[in-house]
Ligand binder design. Structure first.
Ligand code: THU
Length: 134
């Protein structure tokens, strides 16, 4: 990916991270999803007093994109507040695989350490509608 484009996506993810609502974990996550049309959709985690209702940054970004009519993506940047970048949770991997199984991932740590991966690498054999005949 073009370094300028990646820097822009990291900045957007960090801006969303600054809005994370994480009173329980204090673990603020930001995501920036680049649509094939060039638009960027950001998301942050939103926790809840009923812990299981917490929304992850990645799925929030994806939901916003879908609501804006975008379902195909070039890349996802996820920023986490740790030196060694954290990987997306299993639920986010499955939801991302629905739209973009080969999506390139850029996982970014606190000091801009970047780990590259793809949804397929993190979740081979994701469950698909075809398996259930739908
Ligand atoms: N979190 C995300 O936003 N994305 C992930 O992929 C993993 C975890 C959030 C959920 C919760 O608010 C906090 O990080 C700690 O688990």
């Amino acid at each position: 990916m073009d370094p300028g484009l990646l820097a822009m996506l990291i900045a957007k993810a960090r801006a969303a991270q600054a809005h994370a609502y994480a009173p329980a974990s204090r673990f603020a996550v930001g995501a920036a999803l680049l649509g094939v049309d060039g638009r960027v959709f950001a998301g942050c985690n939103v926790e809840n007093a009923s812990f299981g209702l917490t929304l992850c940054a990645e799925r929030n970004a994806l939901g916003t994109a879908v609501a804006e009519g975008v379902r195909a993506f070039h890349a996802l940047v996820v920023v986490t507040p740790v030196v060694e970048p954290a990987y997306p949770c299993g639920a986010c991997r499955q939801v991302l695989a629905e739209f973009a199984p080969k999506l390139p991932l850029f996982l970014v740590g606190r000091d801009d350490r970047i780990v590259r991966s793809t949804v397929e690498q993190l979740l081979p054999h994701a469950f698909r509608f075809e398996y259930s005949g739908t």
